[in-house]
Design a protein around this ligand. Structure first.
Ligand SMILES: *[C@@H]1O[C@H](CO)[C@@H](O)[C@H](O)[C@H]1NC(C)=O
Ligand SMILES: *[C@@H]1O[C@H](CO)[C@@H](O)[C@H](O)[C@H]1NC(C)=O
Ligand SMILES: *[C@@H]1O[C@H](CO)[C@@H](O)[C@H](O)[C@H]1NC(C)=O
Ligand SMILES: *[C@@H]1O[C@H](CO)[C@@H](O)[C@H](O)[C@H]1NC(C)=O
Ligand SMILES: *[C@@H]1O[C@H](CO)[C@@H](O)[C@H](O)[C@H]1NC(C)=O
Length: 375
C-alpha cells in the first residue's frame, strides 16, 4: 500500500542550499560493447518516427527481435556486433565546501534529459542536496547527447555501449585517473534515474565490484509491461523538429514534440509547478531509436551485486508502474527485491503523489545513502 509517512531515508530538501565547488570536464574514453545489429534504417521523417513508435509499442510482437539482423558479418552471428570507439563525455564534478568526503555519487540521467536533470535549478537540485549531506557528485551526459559524443542512432548509441561508458567512467573515478579529478574516495555509489537506473542496474549486475551502493530512482522491473504507455505518451518526433536547440541532431534521434508529452511521462497530477514543466520541455534532450530498442535488454535477469540497494519511484510513475505503483502488495518497485540475489540490504520506496520525474516535484526527495556510506 502507499506509504503515508516518508521514511527517514528520504529528506525534504526545499530549504537546503549548499556551498559548492564544481567543475565541468570533458573526459575521453575508449570503449567497446557487443551491441545489437539492426537492419532498421533511422526514421527519415516524423511519419516514419510515428510508425516506429507504433511498431515498437505494439503488443504481441517483439519488434526489436524482428529488426535484428540475421546475416552473419565479420565472424559474428549477425544479430550482434562489436562496436568500439573513442568518445568524449561531458561531465560535472562537484565537492562539498567541507572537502571531497568519503563517498562519491555517480549520477546517470534518463531519457528526455541531460546531466542537468540532477542540477535542474537552484530550487530543484539533487546535486545541492547531496553536497549538503557531505557527498561529492559526478554527473555526466549520456553518450550521444549534450556535451558528449554523438554516434549512429541505430547501431551505435545503444544501451550496451552506454553501460561500457559508465563502466569506463567508474573505473577512472575509482582509481582517481579521470582528467581533472584526483580526489580519492572510499565509497562509490551509483544513482540513476529511469534509463540511467537501467544502466546502473546493468553495470552492477555485470561488474558488481565497481560499486558500493546503488540507488535506482524512477525504476522497477516492470518496464516491459508499461513502456508502451511511455512511448505513446512521449509523442516522439525527430529531435531536429522538436526544438531549435536540437536542430543539429540527425534523423533517428527523437525528442518529445510538446510539453503535454513531458507532462504525461514525468509529472503527476497536482504535484508540480507549471513553470518547471515548461522548463523541462525547453531543456528536453533526444533519445536514439537504438536506445529505445535496447533499453529492455540490459537490465533483464538477476543481479548478484553485494552492496545496499535502494529503489525509489513516484507513486504515479508511468513507464515503470503504469501510473500507479501500488496496485499490488508488495508494490511494483518492491517486486524488484528478488532480482537482487546477493544484496546486503534492500529497500523500496514509493513516493506518494510523485510522478516519474522525481527531481522535479515540489518537494525533492533524496536517497541519503548514509547506510551505504557507513558500510
Ligand atoms: C558548467 O557548464 C554549465 C552549462 O554550460 C554552465 O552553466 C556552468 O556555469 C558551468 N560550470 C562551471 C563551474 O564552469
Ligand atoms: C525481444 O527480442 C529481443 C532480441 O531477441 C530480446 O532480447 C528480448 O528479450 C525480447 N523481448 C521480449 C519481451 O521477449
Ligand atoms: C568488417 O571488417 C572489415 C575489415 O576489418 C571492416 O572494414 C568493416 O568495417 C567491418 N564491418 C563491420 C560491420 O563491422
Ligand atoms: C555477494 O557479495 C559479496 C560482497 O560484495 C561478494 O564478495 C560475493 O562474491 C557475492 N556473491 C556472489 C554469489 O556473487
Ligand atoms: C493504486 O491502486 C490501489 C489498489 O488498486 C488503490 O487502492 C490506490 O488508490 C491507487 N492509487 C492511486 C494514487 O490512485
Amino acid at each position: 500500500m502507499v506509504q503515508t509517512a516518508l521514511p527517514a531515508l528520504l529528506v525534504g530538501l526545499a530549504a537546503v542550499a549548499a556551498a559548492r565547488n564544481c567543475q565541468n570536464l570533458t573526459i575521453p574514453i575508449t570503449i567497446s560493447a557487443r551491441n545489437a545489429r539492426f537492419t532498421l534504417q533511422a526514421p527519415a521523417n516524423n511519419i516514419e518516427v510515428t510508425d516506429f513508435t507504433l511498431n515498437l509499442a505494439q503488443p504481441g510482437v517483439n519488434y526489436t527481435a524482428e529488426v535484428l539482423s540475421s546475416n552473419g558479418i565479420n565472424g559474428t552471428d549477425g544479430q550482434f556486433a562489436d562496436v568500439s570507439g573513442h568518445y568524449t563525455i561531458g561531465a560535472t564534478y562537484c565537492t562539498p565546501s567541507s572537502g571531497p568526503g568519503k563517498a562519491l555519487q555517480i549520477l546517470t540521467h534518463g531519457i528526455a534529459f541531460d546531466r542537468w536533470y540532477w542540477d535542474f535549478s537552484a530550487e530543484y537540485s539533487y546535486v545541492d542536496a547531496a553536497l549538503a549531506r557531505g557527498y561529492a557528485v559526478f554527473f555526466y551526459d549520456r553518450l550521444g547527447l549534450g556535451d558528449s559524443s554523438r554516434g549512429d542512432p541505430v547501431n551505435e548509441v545503444q544501451a550496451p555501449l552506454e553501460v561500457q561508458a559508465l563502466r569506463a567512467l567508474t573505473a577512472m573515478l575509482r582509481d582517481a585517473s579521470a582528467p581533472g579529478i584526483d580526489d580519492t574516495y572510499e565509497k562509490f555509489v551509483h544513482v540513476g534515474h529511469s534509463f540511467g537506473s537501467v544502466l546502473s542496474y546493468a553495470l552492477t549486475a555485470a561488474y558488481p565490484e565497481l560499486s558500493d551502493g546503488v540507488a535506482l530512482t524512477g525504476f522497477s522491473q516492470a518496464l516491459g509491461d508499461f513502456v508502451a504507455y511511455f512511448l505513446y505518451g512521449a509523442n516522439f518526433v525527430e529531435a531536429s523538429s522538436a526544438a531549435p536547440a536540437l536542430a543539429a541532431y540527425p534523423p533517428g534521434y527523437l525528442a518529445t514534440a510538446d510539453a503535454p508529452g513531458v507532462q504525461t511521462n514525468f509529472f503527476a497530477p497536482g504535484n508540480f509547478d507549471p513553470a518547471v514543466l515548461e522548463a523541462a520541455y525547453a531543456a528536453g534532450q533526444p533519445v536514439t531509436v537504438g536506445e529505445l530498442m535496447t533499453i529492455g535488454t540490459v537490465a533483464a535477469g538477476s543481479n548478484s551485486f553485494g552492496g545496499p540497494v535502494l529503489v525509489i519511484t513516484g507513486e504515479r510513475d508511468i513507464p515503470f508502474c503504469g501510473g500507479n505503483c501500488s496496485t499490488s502488495e508488495p508494490s511494483i518497485p518492491a517486486q524488484t527485491r528478488p532480482y537482487f540475489t546477493n544484496t546486503s540490504s534492500f529497500e523500496a520506496i514509493v513516493v506518494p503523489g510523485a510522478g516519474h520525474g522525481l527531481n522535479l516535484v515540489n518537494t525533492l526527495y533524496l536517497p541519503s545513502w548514509e547506510k551505504a556510506a557507513k558500510l
